[in-house]
Design a protein around this ligand. Structure first.
Ligand code: GTR
Length: 332
């Protein structure tokens, strides 16, 4: 069980991490009116580009009075640290995956559950409708405003040892998962030994054989160059855990009502921008990984679905998760 303390480090972690921002700020303090944003992905990743787009539009609409500085590639730290920094207003925006939220906001776990979405269209429909609206409202607490969802494709298991066709093939393999109890249970149910690590540590862990594999989407495999050390991609498609853009409540409150409205509206509009970038990037990343030797294995999907059913059952015992789950399934 991952302890909540490890995830929500509280003021201590936020202060420790803000030393990092302090250092970044001293190296070139953002001018007044410049928002700060963080993302663990590289500069040209679709989530980073979408946040940049918000900044460009802000600049344009306010004649340069408001703008955005984006700290990408995990410069500010792990996702759980940046959530804390945003809660306390040391950062204005942070983009994180739902995997980083399931232990902090239990209801949010519904979006990460195995096979909850049938496909991208189903996921987008659910998040654009009342389920998404209600979840955004639910996550807007503890100093955070949940601004919008971004796509994160579909997560599959990949490894550097052997092709995987069915859950039994994962026996004895150490598979990295994000710091989330749901992901730990899912990997275990699929037959693997789950190893929680933060995103920035995965490449080295694969290269040094601390782990045998991991699970993620094509753009993550590609942009981190993990494809160089993990060639076997199994189409498990076990989770479509989306991304979340948080804005600091403190930063928003400090704005005049018109500016606050503009920031929130641009975040909502950035979803379409991100999706267009995502669709292209996902296809390009897959092609690039295959061109560099990644081999795709078709799996016995029913066997993976069955293996993860106990996880689903455990989490559906939570009434809150259950009602969101049923509403998502109605959109299928
Ligand atoms: C990616 C996601 C990141 C991070 C990463 C991970 O798909 O975009 O925010 O959560 O997965 O597995 O840690």
């Amino acid at each position: 069980m991952i302890k909540r303390r490890q995830l929500l480090g509280g003021l201590g972690a936020a202060c420790a991490a803000s030393l990092v921002t302090g250092r970044v700020a001293r190296a070139g303090a953002p001018p007044p009116g410049t928002f700060t944003a963080s993302d663990v992905h590289v500069e040209n990743y679709p989530t980073v580009q979408a946040i940049r787009w918000i900044g460009e539009q802000l600049e344009k609409e306010t004649g340069g009075r408001l703008s955005m500085r984006v700290y990408h590639s995990g410069q500010i730290g792990r996702e759980n640290d940046t959530i804390d920094l945003t809660r306390y207003g040391a950062l204005d925006f942070t983009r994180v995956n739902f995997a980083a939220l399931t232990n902090i906001f239990p209801a949010s776990g519904v979006l990460t559950l195995p096979y909850v979405f049938d496909d991208t269209a189903h996921m987008r429909r659910s998040l654009d409708g009342t389920v998404g609206r209600d979840l955004l409202a639910r996550l807007s607490q503890r100093g955070l405003v949940a601004a919008c969802f971004y796509d994160s494709g579909v997560r599959c298991i990949y490894n550097g040892r052997r092709p995987v066709h069915e859950p039994g093939d994962l026996r004895g393999m150490k598979i990295r998962v994000p710091l989330s109890d749901i992901f730990m249970s899912m990997a275990q149910a699929m037959g693997a030994n789950p190893t929680p690590l933060s995103y920035g540590e995965v490449f080295t862990a694969l290269q040094t054989h601390l782990i045998d594999g991991a699970e993620n989407n094509w753009p993550s495999l590609d942009s981190t160059r993990q494809f160089e050390v993990a060639h076997h991609w199994a189409e498990t498609e076990h989770s479509m855990s989306p991304e979340m853009l948080f804005i600091s409540d403190r930063s928003l409150r400090a704005l005049k009502p018109d500016d606050r409205h503009l920031v929130l509206e641009l975040a909502t509009r950035s979803v379409a921008v991100m999706r267009a970038l995502w669709d292209k990037d996902e296809a390009d990343a897959k092609a690039h990984c295959i061109a560099n030797g990644v081999q795709i294995t078709q799996v016995d999907k029913d066997a993976f679905r069955q293996a993860t059913e106990p996880v689903l059952k455990t989490y559906l015992a939570n009434a809150d998760i259950n009602q969101f789950y049923r509403r998502i399934r109605q959109e299928a």
